[in-house]
Design a protein around this ligand. Structure first.
Ligand code: NAP
Length: 462
């Protein structure tokens, strides 16, 4: 993919960038290594000051960076502003809490005596230069949720962002530099995905984190495995949204719409499979379809728009193929919103609800990365759980029930990195984020996230 800003609402190419030469990448690797040698010696107080300053700058830039994100990948301006605000909040969260999250751990005295020590502790030390390969769907948030903890832990970052958000990628480098982080602490590499392996193999790079598709994850993890380097993978998802009879059905249907179409439907944790108990299926379907049918597709810069274009032409075509496959195999279209003719060029995809999904349809096993909902009728709680787990993915899950035993059943048996009851999945700095199965491994955010790129060093004193 060319490194370029192409406005998804018009299809117009606005800016193109030459990928960095090998010499330019080398320069940045040298800088990153030199930066780490000094930066790792700074204390939490200093890092926290810098991170707070970066959060202030981001707040001040919110309107501009939000417009840039909308221009580069088509999310609504309202969503882009909220994303920028959330990033500043996470930066402050880590700036204030890193000292506690990474404080020395002291095992109980009796245990260390048994290990032959008079004293023992665990010190969390940074790993070094961490390469972050990131996707375009939350172009600021995906990067910040890596960068804030990584920098607070004393690591330095190299960002390979998605090729369609180069200006946001360059903004991020400017943001950290402008906040006073030493030169080389956070750098953007404008490179193609084919150039990632060489950077990752470089001995100056200690570890990598990737958020993106399964294919990209596999490729980065296999290189990292070959080099014996730590990785965190946040991959795709096809999260279930299970509705059981005790739920408030009107509220479940209202939240289900947001859970599906947030970010124009392009979120890894968007609910994609709606599994509804037969006792409340008709009630839920009617309310859900009514709300989907009322969504307004349009210019993402307008406040009145609910859904903008998809980020890429390829993404729109892939989604269309998933829907066509399901229809060919007998799925019913419960509703499909009309795309207004005046929108013209641009990668619009109409919000769609499909029902009658079977295991033979691709949409049952693959991720629908856009505003398409797959509706299932479940005969019982066991059946709902079985359908929820019948996916190669296991990122998050949403379950609507007020019955404590039913909740406990899902906590015990759902194959996912999270389960949200009577609400929708949303990331927050305090909560670990990540999946199982083909959704990847490792965790971002919370104390778990900040420790992923730390060397938990055992200190033993006789
Ligand atoms: P993608 O193609 O995998 O791209 C993600 C990043 O990986 C981009 O920077 C891309 O660079 C790079 N990349 C692609 N192939 C690569 C390879 N073989 N080696 C190294 N780097 C490679 O993903 P996408 O389709 O744009 O993004 C959507 C996917 O991300 C969805 O599956 C979604 O669920 C997932 N996602 C997951 C999470 C999570 O937290 N679990 C969050 C958001 C999105 P180029 O742009 O240059 O190709």
């Amino acid at each position: 993919m060319a490194i370029a800003t192409v406005n998804p609402a018009t299809g117009q190419t606005l800016r193109t960038f030459e990928p960095y030469s090998a010499a330019a990448v080398e320069e940045r690797l040298v800088r990153a290594e030199q930066a780490f040698a000094q930066y790792r010696l700074t204390d939490f107080a200093r890092r926290g000051q810098l991170m707070h300053r970066a959060a202030e700058l981001l707040d001040a830039d919110r309107a501009t960076i939000a417009r840039l994100m909308t221009t580069e990948m088509g999310k609504t301006l309202t969503a882009a502003r909220a994303e920028a605000a959330k990033c500043a909040k996470a930066m402050r969260w880590y700036a204030d809490r890193a000292p506690a999250l990474l404080a020395d751990e002291h095992p109980a005295p009796v245990d260390v005596t048994d290990a032959g020590a008079s004293r023992a502790l665990v010190r969390y030390r940074p790993l070094g230069v961490v390469l972050a390969v990131m996707p375009w769907n939350f172009p600021l948030w995906q990067v910040i949720r890596f960068a804030a903890p990584a920098l607070m832990a004393g690591n330095v970052g190299l960002l390979k962002h998605a090729s369609n958000v180069p200006q946001t990628a360059l903004y991020l480098e400017d943001l950290f530099r402008g906040a006073g982080f030493p030169e080389g602490c956070f750098q953007t590499l404008l490179i193609s995905s084919a150039a990632v392996a060489d950077v990752l193999r470089d001995p100056r790079v200690a570890a990598a984190t990737l958020t993106g598709s399964e294919g990209a994850g596999r490729s980065v993890a296999s290189v990292a495995g070959d080099e014996v380097k730590k990785t965190v993978l946040e991959l795709g998802g096809s999260d279930p949204f299970v509705v059981l009879p005790s739920a408030d059905i009107a509220e479940a249907a209202r939240i289900a719409v947001t859970a599906r179409v947030q970010n124009n439907g392009q979120s890894c944790i968007a609910a994609k499979r709606f599994i509804v108990h037969e006792q409340v299926y008709d009630e839920f379907r009617t309310a859900f379809v009514e709300r989907i049918a009322a969504l307004r597709i349009g210019d993402p810069m307008q406040e009145s728009t609910d859904i903008g274009p998809l980020a890429t032409a390829q993404g729109r075509d892939d989604l269309g193929e998933l829907v066509a496959d399901a229809q060919a195999l007998g799925a019913r279209v419960e509703c499909q919103v009309e795309v207004p003719a005046e929108l013209g060029e641009g990668w619009w995809y109409p919000p769609t609800v499909l029902s009658g999904i079977t295991g033979r349809m691709r949409i049952h096993r693959e991720e629908a990365f856009g505003p398409v909902a797959a509706l299932y009728r479940a005969e019982s709680l066991d059946h709902a759980l079985e359908l929820a787990n019948d996916s190669p993915f296991g990122l998050s899950s949403n379950v609507w029930t007020t019955e404590p035993e039913e909740q406990e059943r899902f906590v015990r048996d759902i194959q996912a990195g999270a389960v949200y009851f009577n609400g929708m999945t949303a990331s927050h700095p305090a909560l670990p984020f990540g999946g199982v199965r083909r959704s990847g491994y490792g965790r971002e955010l919370s104390g778990h996230g900040i420790r992923e790129f730390c060397n938990a060093t055992t200190v033993w004193i006789a």
